[in-house]
Design a binder for this molecule. Structure first.
Ligand SMILES: *Cc1c(COP(=O)(O)O)cnc(C)c1O
Length: 376
């Protein structure tokens, strides 16, 4: 059996090596490393794939969030409602701009922000909601957009973990996550579902005025070279990464299929176990399984994590400390929050190896080791 990894980017690369090597060499030969046709083509293809009118490429998913918040003219002290059960980047972007992150609970089944909790957290200072499509499944976007419309709030979707996820509205229409809110953001960090071979990110919007502003902010606040109208930053996706991503974008639906197949295998292996809850799959959206995350009940989770490591099975705890308990947010009143469900999940979740190259033999071994410990 091949050695186990959380993510196997190497085998994935070997399967598309010829295409990727040629594209990268093409960029090197052209010596157009910033901007240019290769980047432009990728941006167009990504916009088409996501059903978004505009895509603004940038340096990483954290920048994408920050630039989005800057483009919406959010001011210091403005409140941004977000889950605490997320990767730090979501909230860090707000904190850098001196906005006030307001942490709310997630839904116990989807791990995504709980719309009822959003509604309760809205104050006159609230300006935006930042739902995170955690582990590859969409938040309840229809309800969130309705709340936002009622209270005149912006919605920025943190789609770093769910690119390619289809969300179905109650009228039957389908949209990709990241194309539903006023702005969507994503990350091309190598282990993400659409991963570069380095850093990268992108911002999505259908609003032409916002698109121009986002682009300007990502380019030192200029729309005309050397004329700087607003305070911006410098955040670029380079042509080498764009060339790689353009090839991987063609494979993305196939990659999602491979992840869903691997998830099905795990689901069957752990079905109806009293101490294991397998990932919930909401009927209105197609989980793209960035992570395959179990909830354990009555199991020594950290003991399982160590037992798996001793047996050559990697596993991860996403995330061991929720945002509101991070030292970083002491200054933002983080310690004042009581989020029992978030704390409950933080103590019970564990993510198993999940990627596009999983083999059944590997999954059988992983499942057997998990069950050996849990059934002990
Ligand atoms: C990865 C990730 C980010 C940040 O992306 P980077 O490219 O690493 O900056 C933001 N939000 C979530 C939910 C992520 O998983």
């Amino acid at each position: 059996m091949k050695g186990l990894q959380m993510v196997d980017t190497k085998t994935q690369y070997q399967k598309i090596k010829k295409e990727v090597d040629e594209a990268v060499l093409g960029v090197l030969e052209s010596s157009v490393f910033i901007g240019g046709k290769v980047l432009g083509d990728f941006v167009d293809n990504l916009a088409k794939y996501n059903g978004s009118k505009h895509v603004i490429p940038c340096a990483n998913g954290t920048d994408a969030l920050q630039i989005a918040m800057m483009a919406l003219d959010l001011q210091p002290g403005d409140e941004v409602i977000t889950p605490s059960f997320t990767y730090i980047a979501t909230v860090e972007a707000a904190a850098v701009l001196r906005l006030k992150p307001v942490f709310v609970e997630v839904d116990k089944h989807t791990f995504c922000i709980d719309p009822a909790a959003i509604e309760k957290a809205i104050t006159p200072k609230t300006k935006a909601i930042v739902p995170v499509h955690l582990y590859g499944q969409s938040a309840d976007m229809e309800t969130i957009m309705a709340i936002a419309a009622r209270h005149h709030l912006y919605v920025i979707e943190d789609n770093a973990q769910a690119i390619g996820c289809d969300y179905t509205f109650s009228d039957g229409s389908v949209k990709k996550t990241g194309s539903i809110g006023h702005i969507g953001t994503t990350s091309f960090y190598p282990s993400k579902n659409l991963g570069a071979y380095g850093d990268g990110g992108a911002i999505f919007t259908d609003d032409e005025t916002l698109a121009a502003k986002l682009k300007m902010i990502a380019h030192h606040g200029q729309s005309k070279r050397y004329y700087h109208d607003v305070v911006g930053c410098n955040s670029r996706l380079d042509a080498v990464q764009a060339a790689i991503l353009d090839i991987k974008l063609k494979h993305l639906d196939g990659y999602i299929g491979a992840r869903r197949k691997a998830a099905d295998y795990y689901d069957t292996a752990f079905a109806n176990h009293a101490k294991i809850t397998t990932p919930y799959r909401a009927a209105n959206n197609k989980h793209v399984f960035h992570q395959y995350t179990l909830i354990l009940d009555g199991v020594d989770r950290d003991g399982l994590h160590s037992f798996l490591a001793e047996n050559g099975v990697p596993s991860m705890i996403y995330y061991p400390v929720p945002c509101h308990k991070q030292k970083m947010f002491d200054a933002f009143g983080g310690s004042g929050y009581t989020l029992p469900l978030t704390d409950w999940l933080t103590e019970r979740v564990i993510s198993l190896p999940m990627h596009t190259e999983m083999e059944e033999e590997q999954q059988a071994f992983i499942a057997a080791k998990v069950l050996e410990f849990v059934n002990k």
